[in-house]
Design a protein around this ligand. Structure first.
Ligand code: IMP
Ligand code: MG
Length: 201
């Protein structure tokens, strides 16, 4: 959707703040990541595991920039609303279709915040005997990290702001924006903590 129209639509202008990462910059970064991944995984059997739904837009651009015979698969995880000391309340709502044994797995995520979702996924995928597991995230919000993680590829770093666009949602909307926006209103800020506990991870 044309972003100017989207801004005017359904009161978006009271929700969307400034653009943090313009579409053009995102494309440039994603291309750079694709080139790095192409070098790093040359000669290896690579499978990209996309975490639904936020990482779909990132994945579809990223794979166009990876010049290797890769495969893709999808996984969906939902949280029961874990608090900061309990990372166990997670369930897989859509599992992989492919067998990852002996393959090099690259998890593709939209944003890593506390890291609890992805660390659960890694523990789960490790049981399936892949040759390696690495992380490729569009946004790394390290300030809120709880789980200890090694992130091999990330396009952008971000502080406390809640963001939407390029796959990232607020109440399932705004995924179709080309750029990444911060959310604007105080109402939204107040809503973030309760939103996080009900997000479809
Ligand atoms: P974590 O388990 O705390 O790392 O949560 C990461 C997940 O929370 C991401 O996959 C997103 O679904 C969601 N999330 C965290 N921050 C944002 C944001 O700023 N915008 C949209 N979704 C977010
Ligand atoms: Mg997610």
């Amino acid at each position: 959707m044309n972003e100017e129209n989207h801004q005017k639509n359904i009161n978006s202008s009271i929700i969307l703040g400034r653009i943090l990462f313009p579409g053009r910059d995102i494309q440039k970064k994603v291309r750079e990541l694709g080139n790095k991944i192409t070098c790093d995984y040359s000669g290896k059997e690579l499978i990209l595991v996309c975490i639904l739904r936020g990482a779909v837009v990132f994945l579809t651009d990223l794979i166009k920039y990876i010049d290797l015979p890769l495969s893709i698969d999808f996984m969906s995880i939902s949280s029961y609303g874990f608090n900061e000391t309990d990372s166990g309340l997670v369930k897989i709502t859509k599992d992989l279709d492919e067998n990852i044994a002996g393959k090099h797995v690259l998890i593709v995520e939209d944003i890593i915040d506390t890291g609890l979702t992805i660390s659960y996924m890694i523990r789960n995928l490790q049981l399936r005997d892949p040759s390696s597991i690495e992380i490729c995230t569009l946004i790394d919000r390290e300030v809120r990290r709880i789980a200890s993680l090694k992130i091999k590829y990330s396009a952008f770093k971000l502080e406390e702001k809640y963001v939407v666009g390029y796959g990232l949602d607020y109440k399932q909307k705004y995924r179709n924006l080309e750029s990444i926006y911060e959310l604007k209103t105080d109402t939204v800020k107040k809503d973030i903590e309760s939103l996080k506990s009900s997000l479809n991870k």
